[in-house]
Design a protein. Sequence first.
Length: 272
Amino acid sequence: MKHLTILISSVFSLLAANLSLAQPSTDSWTQALDGDNRSPAYQQRDVYRHPQQTLQFFTITPQSTVLEIWPGGGWYTEILAPLLRGEGKLYAAHFPLNSSVEYFKKSRSSYDAKLTAQPSVYDRVDVSVLMPPDYTLIAPAGSVDVVVTFRNIHNWLKAGNQQAVFSAFYAALKPGGILGVVEHRAKPGTDIDTMIASGYVTEEKVKEMATIAGFQFVASSGINANPADSADHPRGVWTLPPSLRLGEQDRDKYLAIGESDRMTLKFIKPDE
């Protein structure tokens, strides 16, 4: 009986140890989402952007090597940097500091200042530059598990450099690596000029660009869908929050709609 008691105790101890080993992954997500480094205004948008569900749909874990594209003010960087700091790696492909476009320079300078201000969170983020045709080496070739881009594709369509951008993603990813795309969703059949003017892009167009670059479509998710969004507004997607370009005009109406209807698409770089 004594030996049986010891055996049972040992089994429970082993199970407890295994559970303990599994726990840090959950803790990592909690700490990343609730960290003191997150801006309160950014956290308020979680209800629209569903960060944990979105990143996990893109197969990101605390051990992943991730490349974030055009991170802007760092909304997702605030989550990804602490999540990946211990066992993973974060690259961020931003605008060039020497850009002739004032918005690009200001955005990049603010982002750099954000990282510098909290080295205990952001000191391991590697910042590169994405701006075709001059800057397309955004991470060491074949080194990245997951590339993510959030609400950027309409900008590349406007600039006409979308295929160079998708090719840069492809080069950075490992064979079998994932490209995760979140973008404002246009109605099927929307023409290219309307996409550029409105900021909404069709799923068909995104899949076309990815396929040309060599990616294979894997799956879509409704995580970031918003059926209340008609995708037809006076100032395009910027009519809705958080931009609210019309100011006080119909403000309550657009706040009630919420942020845009967004596609969430996952592609894979085939094994070579």
